[in-house]
Design a protein around this ligand. Structure first.
Ligand code: MG
Length: 275
């Protein structure tokens, strides 16, 4: 069941996908709309290569009041969504809190009122992330039992604004970076565990590879010398390799070795996201 549960990237908008307008922090006109550097190319790769549901979560202080009329918000918001959609980045939900900070609403980040539907077995929050440029985004990550990716120059920045234990928040930050290529690489690396099963009349093969392992191998092909050679790859490549092969050794070794290496090649292709 656990494998079926969905992982989510909860993504802040201002200061994360788009630059926060410097004067009043309010994106209320198309002239103020400027996207975060490199966000399109790497969000597109995240959306196409990795298995995360994408959810936008944003605080828009006083949206719908005189201080931030909805009519000034939606043109830029719609432009943001359509620009991402054209790059294949589609948000399954867009969650907007419209309250002011002083209202202390349950729905306002870092509080979790907008995210209650994700508190279910359907979702794997432990392996989900909140991406944001405020320490309160990291506090949200802590509050939902996820981890944080902090688009900040400095992990400590803003830490005095937080409501709960500062150390707990800092501990749940998995990555601090203002570079979307680093964010992509971090998320991608987490996923470099792949497995493959290949069965034919001559051989039955199972291989599991963790490219970011530590050289722990469990290899049995029925051919001790071949096991030894494969063990060298795992050990010296700092990978974890599990290889189980049941081949037609009563004929000869060649199917066992050939088919194992075919599966091994396909597995690397898969692990590196090339197909
Ligand atoms: Mg922000």
């Amino acid at each position: 069941m656990l494998d079926m549960s969905k992982k989510v990237l909860f993504i802040d908008r201002d200061g994360t996908l788009v630059l926060e307008p410097p004067v009043d922090y309010q994106l209320d006109s198309l002239e103020k709309l400027e996207f975060y550097p490199k966000v399109f190319q790497y969000m597109a790769k995240i959306a196409s290569e990795l298995e995360y549901e994408l959810v936008m979560v944003t605080n828009q202080d006083g949206l719908g009041t005189d201080s931030f009329p909805e009519a000034t918000f939606w043109p830029a918001q719609n432009k943001v969504l359509s620009a991402f959609q054209k790059e294949g980045v589609v948000f399954s939900e867009v969650l907007i809190d419209k309250t002011f900070p002083h209202e202390n609403a349950e729905t306002r980040k870092p509080r979790t009122g907008l995210l209650t539907k994700y508190f279910s077995e359907e979702y794997d929050l432990e392996n989900s992330f909140v991406l944001g440029d405020r320490i309160t985004d990291m506090e949200l990550a802590n509050n939902i039992g996820a981890r944080g990716i902090y688009l900040s120059e400095n992990a400590e920045l803003g830490a005095n604004e937080i409501e709960t234990s500062k150390q707990k928040i800092l501990d749940c930050i998995a990555l601090t970076s203002t570079d979307w290529s680093e964010i992509y690489n971090f998320l991608k690396l987490k996923d470099r565990v792949v497995e493959i099963t290949r069965n034919t009349n001559e051989t039955k093969i199972y291989i599991k590879l963790n490219l970011d392992g530590s050289g722990k191998n469990d290899i049995s092909t029925g051919l001790l010398f071949f096991d030894h050679m494969l063990d060298q790859i795992g050990r010296h490549g700092n990978m974890d390799l599990t290889i189980k092969v049941d081949g037609d050794l009563e004929v000869d070794e060649h199917h066992t070795i050939e088919d194992t290496m075919i599966a091994f090649g396909e597995l690397f292709n898969k692990a590196l996201g090339l197909n």
